[in-house]
Every structure is written in structure tokens, then in C-alpha cells.
Design a protein around this ligand. Structure first.
Ligand SMILES: Cc1ncc(COP(=O)(O)O)c(C=O)c1O
Length: 388
């Protein structure tokens, strides 16, 4: 049987990974400043993570959601403690797209509307409703995905967003505080506060998609934290499990009280997933990773902004985008194959995404700077030679 050939692949076969490094079958070391699409939060194979998952597997790995699993409550409590966000209920799922589907469904259940307001360049996943409302994913929508009425607005057109919300036709507005795949554009704190007020005035739910920018990556627990808003729904995944498939939705239970049977999943919140999720939060807490993301992010941002050829650095914390005035795919390939450095692409062809683990140490930041500086210098001089 062949694999369904949908992924553009790098010819690299990782066999082992540790911290910020990935090793191929020959032992060659790659510096991972991408974390497999922003997933690796506490570093590859963190000893506490490995220990917690292995010891959980020796007890019980899975039972369905028809029994009581105390690990789910422990995870919810730890998430409240580490994030500082209380008075939410947690619904556990397996992936980002599933978190989005459930958040949209809840909004629509509670105000009985079916339109969604989303932002240009947004990305929210590949399943039915998630891809339907993703502006970046438009070309991957099949006819069956096109059932939801969705309107897109630019994030800096606050009055237009407010006007749309005032129509009282939207079930929800969905926002990434810092856009991931779309290219690291950030909504302003003032815009978020204005949108929060318009949502209150129009009985529209505010969904913050924190699947990529959440879980400490921005240098705060959530990307929206700086604005002081309280969303009605928050979607989580990626860094939440450090590679173990787990996602979640934070739900304001005052506005959307739970109804038995309304949501469900076979695998979501299983024992092993909860052990992974708890290990991530324990390490984040114990090793002060949010502060590390803030500090190393500032350092990297200043460094990247000072390089010749860099047009702009976007994002914050350890969620950075480096924009050039040329397409970056060749540069990215050279960084991987000639400098053994993983970085990421985005919907903006001129922008590289930099998403190292939140555990990144000074010596790995230094190594990144060395690799990136020499990779970029060689690449720029090859461009000058081919242009002359
Ligand atoms: C902001 C955002 N939302 C949702 C998703 C979908 O997550 P998943 O791939 O786990 O379904 C992604 C994935 O890249 C994302 O970046």
C-alpha cells in the first residue's frame, strides 16, 4: 500500500531528537527552530515528559469518556494555575481542527446563528467548518466544505469589524492574536478590546484561536493576554502536548453551560494524553518557560532585525517571522541542507517562521545566530552573483 501523497517532503529521516536538536539515521544533527509546525514546546524528549508518559502507560493508557478520569480534572486545574485564567470549563479533544469545530458548534448552539466573522490571512484547520472559515486555506476547500456563511475582514479595519458585528448576524468572530500560517501579523490590543465590546453589544461569541500562538509561545501564556480581554471560547492544541495529539477548548460556562451529550469524542482527554498535557504544564511552570520565551524572543528579534537583507521582523516571544523582499523557499532549503537548521515557511512567500522550543538555551540561540548569519550571507551573495 502506498501513502497518500499530500505532503511536500524534505528528504530527511529523523530517528532521534533531544531538546532543540533532531538527529537523522546517520547521526547528523539539525538545530530545530521550527518544532514541527510550532508543536515542540518543552523540547524534544524532555526527561520529565518521557517519564510521565511511560509511567502512565504502565498504569492505564486509555479508557473512554464514559468513566471518571481524574487526570482530566488535574489537567484543567494545572492549566488554570499556569495560565492564570479561571472560571472556564475545559473540553478535551485530539487536534487543533477538532477544537475549532467544537468552538464554532458551541457558539452556534448558544445564539442559534450560523454566520462566522473571520480575518483575512487566518488559518484554523483542515476539517469541515475549520477549513471553510480559513482565509489562507481557501484553495483546499471542497464543495462540501462551503456550507458556512463566512465574512472576512482585515484585522486593522476595526470600524468595519465593529459594523459587521453590529449586524447581529454572526454566531462568532474568530481571531488568532498572532497569525501563524498566515504570516505573523498581529491584531492590536485596542482592536481586541473594541471587538470584545462589540461582541458584548451584539450577543456574538469571541473565539480566540490560540492553537499556535498560545501556551507560552508569545512570551505570555496566551497571545491575547496583553490586551486584558476575556474571550468566550479559547482553542488550544500544538504546544499543549509537545507532540502528543491533544487539543482543548476553554469555554465560559456562564454563557455556555454544559448540556450532557452535546459534545463528545472517543479519544479526547484519554489518560495518556492527559499525562502528556500535565507534563508540559509542569515543565513550563518549573522551568519558567514563559519568561524564557519572552527574553529569548527579544534577543532573537533584535538580532534578526539587525541583519542585512531583512525587511521586517514580525511576531513576539518565540513566534517570529523574518520578512525579506524575495521569496524564501531557496534560502530555507539551504538553511536545512547546508547549515542543518530547521525553520518554517508561511502563506507569505517572503517570510520565514522561527518557532524554537520554549526551553531554548543561550548556547542554542548563539548557534542559531551563527548558522542563520552565515546561511543568509552566502545566500545573499549568490543572489548578487546571479543578478550581475
Ligand atoms: C492557528 C491554528 N489553528 C488551527 C490549526 C489546526 O490545527 P491541527 O493541524 O492540529 O488540526 C492550526 C494548524 O496549523 C493553526 O495554526
Amino acid at each position: 500500500m502506498n501513502l497518500y501523497d499530500v505532503y511536500p517532503l524534505f528528504d530527511i529521516h529523523p530517528e532521534k531528537a533531544k531538546g532543540c536538536f533532531v538527529f537523522d539515521e546517520t547521526g547528523k544533527e539539525y538545530l530545530d527552530f521550527y518544532g514541527g509546525h510550532a508543536v515542540i514546546s518543552i523540547g524534544h524528549s524532555h526527561p520529565h515528559y518521557v517519564e510521565r508518559i511511560v509511567s502512565q502507560l504502565g498504569k492505564i493508557g486509555f479508557y473512554s469518556n464514559s468513566i471518571i478520569n481524574p487526570l482530566q480534572q488535574q489537567l484543567a486545574q494545572k492549566l488554570e494555575d499556569v495560565s492564570g485564567h479561571s472560571n472556564y470549563d475545559l473540553f478535551l479533544v485530539n487536534s487543533g481542527a477538532e477544537a475549532i469545530e467544537n468552538a464554532l458548534k458551541l457558539a452556534s448552539f448558544y445564539n442559534e446563528r450560523r454566520h462566522i466573522l473571520a480575518l483575512t490571512n487566518s488559518f484554523h484547520g483542515r476539517t469541515s467548518a475549520a477549513i471553510n472559515i480559513s482565509h489562507s486555506g481557501a484553495k483546499h476547500q471542497a464543495p462540501i466544505n462551503q456550507g458556512i456563511e463566512v465574512t472576512y475582514c482585515q484585522m486593522d479595519k476595526v470600524e468595519a469589524l465593529q459594523r459587521e458585528l453590529a449586524s447581529e448576524k454572526y454566531a462568532a468572530i474568530i481571531i488568532e492574536a498572532i497569525q501563524g500560517i498566515g504570516g505573523l501579523d498581529e491584531i492590536s490590543d485596542d482592536a481586541l478590546r473594541a471587538i470584545r465590546k462589540s461582541c458584548d453589544d451584539s450577543d456574538t461569541f469571541l473565539i480566540m484561536d490560540e492553537i499556535q500562538c498560545g501556551y507560552g509561545r508569545s512570551g505570555k501564556f496566551f497571545g491575547f493576554d496583553r490586551s486584558g480581554i476575556r474571550p468566550d471560547l479559547v482553542t488550544l492544541a500544538k504546544g499543549m502536548g509537545n507532540g502528543f495529539p491533544i487539543g482543548g477548548v476553554l469555554i465560559d460556562p456562564q454563557k455556555m453551560p454544559a448540556v450532557t451529550g452535546r459534545l463528545g469524542t472517543t479519544f479526547g482527554g484519554n489518560h495518556l494524553a492527559c499525562a502528556a498535557g500535565l507534563a508540559v504544564l509542569e515543565v513550563m511552570d518549573h522551568e519558567n518557560l514563559i519568561a524564557n520565551a519572552h527574553q529569548k524572543g527579544n534577543e532573537l528579534s533584535h538580532f534578526l532585525g539587525s541583519l542585512e537583507g531583512v525587511k521586517q521582523v514580525k511576531g513576539r516571544g518565540l513566534m517570529l517571522g523574518v520578512e525579506f523582499d524575495f521569496p524564501v523557499s531557496n534560502l530555507r532549503n539551504k538553511l536545512v541542507f547546508e547549515h542543518n537548521l530547521f525553520t518554517g515557511s508561511s502563506a507569505n512567500p517572503n517570510l520565514l517562521r522561527i518557532l524554537p522550543p520554549l526551553t531554548v538555551h543561550e548556547k542554542e540561540v548563539d548557534l542559531f545566530m551563527e548558522k542563520f548569519t552565515s546561511g543568509l550571507k552566502i545566500y545573499l551573495s549568490s543572489l548578487h552573483i546571479s543578478a550581475s
